[in-house]
Design a binder for this molecule. Structure first.
Ligand code: C5P
Length: 223
């Protein structure tokens, strides 16, 4: 089921969680599986694109033919994306990137002290989607994801503007079959031009194909 629609085009996808090391045996992470981003990468590969998948720690299998760049931390994901984005036609940032990392990395395992509490100081990680948005050319199409628990649509629209993205895919949390780890997802897509797509629950692989096809439609329109 591979076709030539995107022959010669380059696509960049981020997927999975990031792990932010605290000491040699501990990290701060999240429950992202990477399934959604891998499904998007596969959809673009099947349209004939050259696909670079910058993947955080994920146990999910990645279909052959996709170039996988394995990373662990947000900083590593940022560095990989900054190197690849300028030469990319379309990008989808679907990774669940940690917003913060420990300010210092302890060289030795941190020991507990009797009844004392414990504080880890955190600092901000770079925002990869925003950094790509800041250097995006008119010929490039950039898509981000959003996961919100309140004022979903308002926040998604704010993200679209603030990060200079062309589309934001809002994950619904109002459905137990949507989100982290599941094989299905329910999304609302906000386009820069104001168009809103409310898609019912569907498999992540179907969603990947339909998102890729919507992006192909957009990049062809803008030519
Ligand atoms: O601001 P927020 O984290 O809600 O934005 C989510 C979107 O931004 C997702 O597309 C995510 O992949 C991206 N992001 C990023 N780098 C970060 C934080 C989020 O690329 N440090």
């Amino acid at each position: 089921h591979k076709d030539n629609t995107l022959n010669g085009k380059k696509v960049l996808i981020t997927a999975g969680p990031t792990y932010e090391n605290i000491d040699p045996v501990r990290f701060i992470g999240n429950f992202s599986s990477g399934k959604m981003g891998i499904a998007i990468a596969e959809a673009f590969y099947n349209r004939g694109a050259e696909v670079n998948l910058v993947l955080g720690p994920s146990k999910e299998p990645v279909p052959g033919g996709i170039n996988v760049i394995n990373v662990r931390s947000a900083q590593q994901m940022y560095d990989a994306c900054m190197a690849l984005f300028p030469d990319t036609d379309m990008a989808v940032m679907s990774a669940a990137v940690a917003d913060f990392r420990p300010k210092t990395l302890a060289e030795e395992k941190i020991k507990k002290q009797d009844d004392e509490g414990m504080t880890i100081e955190l600092v901000r990680n770079p925002d990869i989607l925003k950094a790509c948005g800041a250097i995006k050319s008119d010929k490039q199409l950039l898509v981000g994801f959003a996961l919100e628990t309140n004022n979903e649509e308002e926040n998604a629209l704010g993200k679209l503007k603030r990060k200079n993205a062309d589309m934001i895919v809002l994950n619904s949390l109002n459905d137990e079959k949507a989100g982290f780890g599941t094989d299905t997802n329910k999304v609302t897509i906000f386009e820069k031009n104001g168009t809103i797509h409310r898609w019912p629950l569907r498999s992540k692989s179907e969603l990947g194909v339909q998102l890729a096809d919507l992006m192909i439609e957009k990049i062809n329109e803008s030519k």
